[in-house]
Design a protein around this ligand. Structure first.
Ligand code: G6P
Length: 366
């Protein structure tokens, strides 16, 4: 039963372990190997409508917002449509300009977050074209949007979202692939992405099998009062989500920063007491990220690299490793060990993992 702990000590652990199966459900029936694309039937938009889309804007709160940032990057990379993400809570209050050729995506695990619902209502009042990316069928956001993509993550109980986040990012990869394939994304590139998506569940399983290594690393750094999470471009939303996970369940202060911005202030904080988790995808920015690690090390800062690249021996003090995939999908896999890191730091500190203080699973108040 989804609401039973079974062999698990807490729901966060159980839900992290369910991610491979959750991703399989999200992919089921949606990948098209013949045309090297994906279809999201719930969108109820035909290719002609989708061709008219000139911008994509993702809206959500907390973890859903960070998933939206990954979605925006994917849409820009694969479909070359300008895209961004914004906290739904900001959007709803700032009298946003709503364009008729923008596709708005309202993201919510619960479908009940008041700020996200209010953003959808504001959009609809202004005639905006909004779809949902929601886990709970029949929820307020799902009903208000009327069309969209269900996440199929299964019930999520832990306040810290894990499998719902992963399924958000997988769903946005499919949306981006679809938008790309009705534009200029080649069949060969599309086919590589379809295979890469199919490979994800097993790759997540292999990351989950590194649990003991992650626990050992977490044990070493659990006494830190503060941590940086550093990333650039594809790694930036990953860093933000990693910092969020650590903050919410371990109460260790974590700050996410863009790698190249470090030198404009935060480098002053680096010392042996300030570990940095650096997200290092095996992409064209690898050399830049290695340079970032060197800058931190030169100032005495400990570095935990989360990576699918071969880093020079001894460069980082610890490595959280994930398998390589198509570079565009790196953020999906690179987030998983950061969930595990936060989990094990919180466990080492004896925190109530499923019910962190001051937080609620779904925030239905202002
Ligand atoms: C709360 C939860 C977060 C979650 C956010 C958005 O703040 O503590 O874990 O990311 O709400 O929730 P939603 O259900 O809209 O995805």
């Amino acid at each position: 039963d989804d609401y039973e702990l079974g062999e698990y000590s807490d729901f966060m652990r159980k839900e992290m372990a369910e991610q491979p199966e959750a991703v399989r459900r999200a992919l089921r029936g949606r990948l098209d190997t013949r045309f090297a694309t994906a279809h999201l039937g719930g969108l109820r938009l035909d290719p002609r409508d989708l061709r008219e889309v000139r911008r994509v804007k993702f809206l959500g709160c907390g973890t859903a917002y960070y998933a939206g940032q990954i979605g925006a990057n994917l849409v820009e990379e694969l479909a070359r449509i300008p895209a961004d993400a914004e906290p739904a809570s900001e959007f709803r209050y700032r009298n946003p300009v709503v364009d008729s050729d923008t596709l708005y995506v309202a993201i919510s695990q619960s479908g009940e977050t008041l700020d996200t619902l209010a953003a959808v209502q504001e959009l609809k009042r202004k005639g905006g074209n909004v779809i949902g990316a929601v886990n709970v069928v029949g929820s307020a956001v799902a009903r208000e949007c009327g069309s969209g993509v269900f996440l199929h993550a299964g019930p999520e109980v832990s306040v810290a979202s894990t499998k719902a986040f992963t399924n958000m990012t997988v769903s946005f990869a499919m949306l981006a692939l679809w938008l790309g394939r009705i534009r200029d994304l080649s069949a060969a590139h599309g086919a590589r992405l379809v295979s890469a998506l199919q490979a994800l569940p097993e790759q997540i399983e292999s990351v989950l099998r590194t649990d003991q290594e992650v626990a050992d690393i977490a044990g070493k750094y659990a006494s830190a009062r503060h941590m940086f999470f550093i990333g650039r471009v594809r790694g930036w939303p990953v860093a933000r989500e990693g910092a969020q996970k650590l903050k919410e369940i371990s109460y260790v202060h974590a700050e996410a920063y863009q790698a190249a911005e470090l030198k404009h202030g935060p480098l002053a904080l680096i010392d042996p007491e300030m570990p940095s988790v650096v997200v290092v995808p095996r992409d064209e920015l690898l050399a830049k990220n290695i340079g970032t690690i060197e800058q931190i090390k030169a100032r005495g800062g400990p570095v935990i690299a989360v990576t699918n690249a071969e880093l020079p021996a001894g460069l980082a003090d610890a490595e959280l490793r994930v398998p390589a995939n198509e570079p565009e999908l790196d953020p999906i896999l690179l987030t998983v060990p950061l969930q595990m890191l936060a989990y094990h730091v919180a466990a080492a500190l004896g925190r109530d993992i499923d019910k962190p203080r001051n937080l609620a699973k779904s925030v239905t108040v202002e």
